[in-house]
Design a protein around this ligand. Sequence first.
Ligand SMILES: [Zn+2]
Length: 422
Amino acid sequence: MSILIKNIKQLVQVHDYNVMIVKGEDMKTLPVLENAYLYIEHDTIIEYGDMEYCHGIEAETIIDATGKIVLPAWCDSHTHIVYAGNRTSEFVDRINGLSYEDIANRGGGILNSAKLLQDTSEDDLYEQSINRLEELIRMGTCAFEIKTGYGLTVDAELKMLRVIKRIKQESLAKITPTLLAAHAIPAEYKDKKEDYIKLITDELIPEASKLNISHYIDVFCEKGYFDLNDTEAILKAAAEYNMKPKIHVNQFNILGGVGLGTKYDALSVDHLEELDDNDIKALKKSETIPVALPGCSYFLSIPYTPARKIIDAGLPLAIATDYNPGSAPSGNMNFIVSAACVKLKMTPEEAINAATINGAYAMGISNMYGSITRGKKANLIITKPLSDYSEIPYAFGHNPIEQVIINGQLKDIKNPEENFRI
Ligand SMILES: [Zn+2]
């Protein structure tokens, strides 16, 4: 299998040397090659350059990308794509005035999703989830982090992990699984939270590690969910099984989760709608990447992550969808890139860096994904004819994509019969 893409108007995010992360001021730079070609063999980017030097290259498939833009496929480092059903009724409750917290206190929210998931068969859960994932590949995302967290029992959390494993094995997309048993406190543990934490640390983490699916641990570190001590107990137990933290912190309140995350060498700390100077200081001393989730802020009408404060402090930033049935029921990264520009005041260059190379870093895969670099995986977006890459965030809500190359395979995203499985 070989593909040659010719006459590319803009080849975006080109790095001759492998970059792993882009930080601070450097996020304003997005390397672009105008009038370029790109050559792929099997699943790998082999060569690219100015059209002037595109002589004598033969390929089984030749694509004329006149007027079009080619960029690395989106890397969505924070999703909860494996869930059952949806929560449209709570959406209407919120419009009518109830808060996310009110709904959770009534037994809705995450507990509602957990009940539904526990009653759904593994096959049904797999089908629902992979259908969602395939809809998102059509929108240009080819690498996904997927969390558990709607099981909330040992059995149901392991069921979720097995579903994620099956997606990882059967989909062409790159999947990074994360164990998020500490997503909410199950109703039966309402007055004995310590017992649920013990269940996670003493049973679930060891059982999960036997399956060897997830190398990341997540905790919803938030008032009314898991406090700093709870979070630390879980991170400590997970560390014994070499599971690195990728944690939910500072969505509604600052509890000190950022400092705790960096102390345990977290790969990422996600949400950060609330953020103080201590958090910035902790991040500056770490290898941990902050992740903003503007789709969640949009849907819940809560503050947006102060991206300017983060980037202007010299830090890196990734953006992700947080795709989940309660607080962000959309996995459209094109919208997230737009929301990052409009609401987080990021430039298109910063937003695209945040959604590609930095998203890959936040999954621990930026050595092979997230930029146009020789030797990296061929996961690419080919847009419709556009005036410039900044038209992607500008024309919000539009679909800028015409074709996707995933794992080196060219896919017609408009064909409903198109197959994205191995
Ligand atoms: Zn989340």
